[in-house]
Design a protein around this ligand. Sequence first.
Ligand code: GAL
Length: 431
Amino acid sequence: MRTRRTLTALVAGLAASSLLLAACSSNDPETPSGTGGAGGDDASEVEVFTWWASGSEKLGLDALVQVFEEQHPDTKFVNGAIAGGAGSAAKELLQSRLQAQDPPDTFQAHAGAELTDYINAGQLEDVSNLYDEFGLRDAFPKDLVDRLTVDGKIYSVPSNIHRANVVWANPSVLEDAGLDPKATYATLDDWFTALDKVKASGKTALSIATTWTQVHLFETVLLSSLGTDKYNGLWDGSTDWAGADVTKALENFEKLMSYTNTDRDGLDWPDATQQVIDGKAGFNVMGDWAEAAFQEAKKQAPADYIYFPVPGTDGVFDFLADSFTLPVGSKHPGGTKNWLNTISSLDGQIAFNKAKGSIPARKDAQPSEFSAYQQSAMESFGQDTIVSSLAHGAAAPVATLNAISEAVSKFTTGAGDLATFQSDLVAANAG
Ligand code: GAL
């Protein structure tokens, strides 16, 4: 189901990233050569730093921890989760801990440009020997493994693959607004007509939350408006941020924001998705961790909720992967290795992804284990064009994402007009 074309596109999109895919093994791994650090191969505990602190994300982490405790009963799991969707609070704290040489034993990062930042800063150990030890080269497609290796080294282990360009909708709200829940929208213009109807019915047409969710929406609007080649060109310098086609995308984003709830900046993603679950909003654009929120609320598709690619992005899989690391200076590298072992094991990936809404990175998990949405995501991942997510670390370095986020926030809080927004984006991408 994962075609060579898809994998090649994926790794091409990830350029210099270090996505590492690991396999299951019930044996405790040995210390990777050259790690050592203060903790030697201490496996007494592992502090796992994530932003999966509550709700459906915590349930995902809990599912993983349950498998970890079965597989590695002698390693104590220490939860270092810091609340805030997309790592909005966690990433800053992580930076200060890394600077102070007080890293957690492992931290959640995104495969792609974000991980390259940590590699370039010398903050990550090479874990490619675990790759051999766990049998990863058999568990994962060879071309993917080869292409994701950076200078012969691999620096992280992905637990999952998420899709970012998904619209979630409440069919009852749509029907009440005079819309057919089965309708599809080929373009953003088609979708605007539907959003107008939901707005006219008195409901929030498009629910959204704080800045990072606005950046998430923005990335999907760029993708829809520009198409995949020009979207990819934004990250390799071949698309001009000052161009007329980007202006058109910004106009589309401005229009979409006009359909959103005004209390957005005080909310995080679960609040915005909950508005669709509760029938207070018609649509929400969110990564497929939202699937876990619908599952947690015991909702069934398509009776209670529907989903489709952001209009204009059908056939494109906007990709991100959560990926765990062995930081330089980990106090319990043996514990870290046990964690990496579990998150890459078949049992770990099945348990975690069932609860998280994402799909396993491994090729041996059976689609029938997963929800209808997840099965559709697996199919799309196998046949769609893959592009890298901006808001979730795959497309651009952290500094660029931060600068784009500031520009988006300035614009959506009314502190600048569209022309200023575009020039801020040009500046954000010039560095
Ligand atoms: C992403 C992460 C997902 C999910 C989401 C919302 O960055 O990759 O796993 O946690 O943030 O918090």
